[in-house]
Design a binder for this molecule. Structure first.
Ligand code: FPP
Ligand code: MG
Length: 680
């Protein structure tokens, strides 16, 4: 593939398939060695070949690749086949690629041992390459495939943040793609080059899995696999995020599921956007990013961009099919005249919000009143005193972006906070209108709101997902109902939306897109939000809000009634201090997980983040100094304490920069275990 002109995909595939069959036949003569099927798309072998050929090479060069290369490629293909056989066992899948799965055809026992057999054979083949570096890489890829699968299994039924989903798929599917891409340079002893290829492979593998998961939500697509398999297994996949779903239990199952899934995921709202449409746009953006990077390293190599484009096209067609189904299923619907706000409000998919048109104009006018850059900076200065201090540490352009994102968050919050007298449906409609304007601005439309043009325009231009702004709006909407969080895992969905996304948004705006860093930015948000909740327990309670997870309160014998009594009487509930310590420990674990990623941020961003995080964490100390009374007192960090914490954090940062140690290794492709981030 490398350097060969386009349009030769079929010939290339035949050459690769032939070479693999030849090695397979030779090895099959060894008694006891398993035979691989070498069928399907052969993506991993094709990508391995693309990356291994020198730039500008003719197709005939494929046949000249060394024996060790084909042994390595076949080993990777065998691991892949083994993983699918085992995957079908775990999924209890009746078919794959349109034919009966091995376990359906020959039974569980036969499938299990066949998977094991292929896997052991793969290791022997890897050893035959004579490259210890490759054996190490492949062993690691197998570990990651299995660890990713385990992590996904353990997360069944749970909502996952974007970062958690990506972490899982980059292990489950990315590891083996990474190993395939790195094969050529690993065998050539070029470890740095191999590491670069590995990372690119992980991204491609991730994209592949994202497409697979997208198609799984398209029930009319003939994928050769059972329809809506992931939902049936309560597997969280990325497009669900676009629909604002937070609980897999809200998703339909059973015979009516395809119709309901279509309604939920493919129905366009008044602005013409559907969750799957937004997901597709995101996919397209990511593919563009990978293609640009790939072409920078291999300017003549067009095969991979074509393959990726085909994936996007597959997803687009699948979406069009579902939209067609939707139209067919609602044939009697009368098309209403355009521009009649009241009637338009009643259109399906608009949420039936009253007076949509009028509300949209009100929100637009309020947002316009925020003015332009100079005014946001003032808005920022007025509202966020502690953040303003940090903003002085930014270069001018970045400082403006911080102020812009801050103004966006603050304004979103104010849309509901400043109008407490309005009924919840109107507040919800205000947020929906804001969502619509936000999406339009991201799409390049002129909304007439300078804040949106500036911030969302810059967000789109820098290739940062719209998702963060959307999630923030959804997070604010969550506060329209009284909070009820059973476990910390439930509270995390809230803290992700109102806190983590802000860090993620800024981190990506400032050019850091590494998943490892982003997962830690997310952790920082969880940590800071939990600290914030712990500081304000009494204040929130008086407003009828309890954010603390109910199960944690109950474990210490504290019911909502007891909490109310304590707020009234001034006497803290028994074991309150223990509960607070436990929750602070959960937040601390997230702070500690997040801190090592700070040196990986752009230099100007490191100091502000380190200072803000440690100063905020310092609130825990103040809560203790108040005798854990966060029901009547508001923990307050004095200026000298802030200075002390701030300078300590900068010292720690300097040390971390000098000794990246284990953290650098954690980011590299060669670490052998799933980075254990705490789940508070
Ligand atoms: C397909 O994903 C599955 C994988 C990429 C890996 C599955 C890994 C195991 C079953 C662990 C055992 C691994 C080995 C190496 C023996 P999917 O289920 O989302 O895709 P599907 O739609 O094709 O089922
Ligand atoms: Mg599966």
């Amino acid at each position: 593939m490398s350097g060969v002109e386009t349009g030769d995909g079929q010939e290339l595939r035949e050459r690769v398939s032939r070479a693999l069959s030849e090695v397979g036949n030779r090895w099959a003569m060894i008694p006891g060695f398993p035979r691989a099927k070498v069928e399907g798309k052969l993506l991993r072998p094709l990508l391995a070949t693309a990356a291994a050929l020198p730039p500008g090479a003719q197709l005939s060069k494929v046949d000249q690749l060394p024996q060790a290369f084909w042994e390595g490629t076949l080993a990777i293909q065998m691991v892949h086949e083994a993983s699918l056989i085992h995957d079908d066992i775990l999924d209890q899948a009746s078919c794959r690629r349109g034919v009966a799965s091995l376990q359906a055809e020959r039974g569980l026992d036969a499938a299990l041992v066949q998977g094991d057999h292929l896997l052991t054979g793969a290791y022997r083949l890897a050893a035959a390459t004579g490259s210890l570096a490759f054996v190490r890489r492949m062993a690691q890829a197998v570990e990651r495939t299995v660890a990713g699968e385990k992590a996904q299994g353990a997360s069944r039924g749970q909502w996952l943040s974007e970062g958690e989903y990506r972490e899982i798929v980059s292990w489950k599917s990315g590891g083996l793609f990474g190993c395939a891409l790195a094969l050529g340079r690993t065998l050539a002893g070029d470890e740095d080059g191999a590491e670069e290829d590995y990372r690119m492979g992980v991204r491609i593998g991730c994209l592949y899995q994202m497409v697979d998961d997208f198609l799984d939500l398209c029930p009319s697509t003939e994928s050769g696999k059972p329809a809506l398999q992931d939902l049936g297994q309560e597997k969280w996949t990325w497009p669900l995020t676009e629909a604002g779903i937070q609980d897999l239990r809200d998703l339909p199952t059973g015979a009516d599921a395809p119709r309901k899934v279509r309604e939920l995921l493919f129905r366009k709202d008044a602005s013409g956007s559907s969750p799957m449409g937004r997901a597709l746009a995101r996919l397209r953006g990511e593919v563009d990013g990978v293609v640009v990077e790939w072409l920078q390293g291999r300017p003549d190599e067009h095969r991979l961009p074509i393959v990726l484009e085909e994936w996007v096209e597959m997803a687009r067609k699948a979406m069009a099919r579902e939209e067609g189904e939707l139209d067919r299923s609602t044939p009697g619907e009368v098309r209403l005249p355009e521009g009649d706000p009241v009637l338009v409000d009643r259109l399906p998919g608009t949420g039936g919000a009253p007076h949509r048109g009028r509300i949209l104009e009100e929100v637009r006018a309020e947002a316009r009143a925020l003015g332009s850059e100079e005014q946001w900076l003032r808005y920022f200065a007025h509202h966020g005193r502690s953040f303003r201090f940090a903003s002085r540490l930014f270069p001018k352009q970045e400082g403006r972006l911080v102020a812009g994102v801050y103004a966006f968050c603050r304004f979103t919050d104010d849309l509901v906070d400043r109008a407490p007298h309005l009924p919840p449906e109107i507040l919800e409609a205000r947020l929906e209108a804001w969502m619509e304007l936000t999406r339009a601005a991201y799409g390049g439309e002129d909304t007439g709101v300078p804040l949106l043009t500036g911030v969302l325009g810059e967000t789109a231009e820098r290739g940062v997902p719209l998702l963060y702004a959307e999630e923030l709006i959804r997070g604010v909407a969550m506060d329209l109902a009284p909070p009820h969080y059973e476990e910390l895992a439930d509270l995390r969905r809230y803290s992700y939306r109102v806190a983590s996304v802000v860090g993620l948004w800024l981190t990506e705006l400032f050019g850091t897109h590494t998943p490892w860093v982003l997962r830690r930015a997310e952790a920082m948000g969880h940590a800071m939000q939990l600290t914030n909740i712990l500081r304000d327990v009494g204040e929130d309670f008086r407003e009828g809000r309890v954010y603390l997870p109910k199960a944690w309160l109950e474990r210490h014998g504290i019911g909502i009634g007891a909490l109310g009594e304590a707020v009234g009487s001034g006497v803290l509930p028994e074991r309150w201090d223990i509960l607070m310590e436990e929750l602070m420990a959960a937040a601390d674990a997230e702070y500690e997980a997040a801190f090592p990623a700070i040196p990986a941020l752009p230099r100007f961003f490191q100091g502000p983040v380190a200072v803000a995080a440690r100063v905020y964490q310092g609130i825990h100390h103040e809560i203790r100094r108040n005798g854990y009374d966060n029901l009547h007192l508001r923990a307050h960090t004095s200026f000298p304490a802030k200075l002390r914490l701030g300078s300590r954090s900068l010292l720690q940062l300097r040390k971390a920069r000098r000794h990246p140690g284990a953290d650098a290794e954690a980011q590299s492709g060669l670490r052998g275990s799933l980075p254990a981030l705490p789940r508070m």
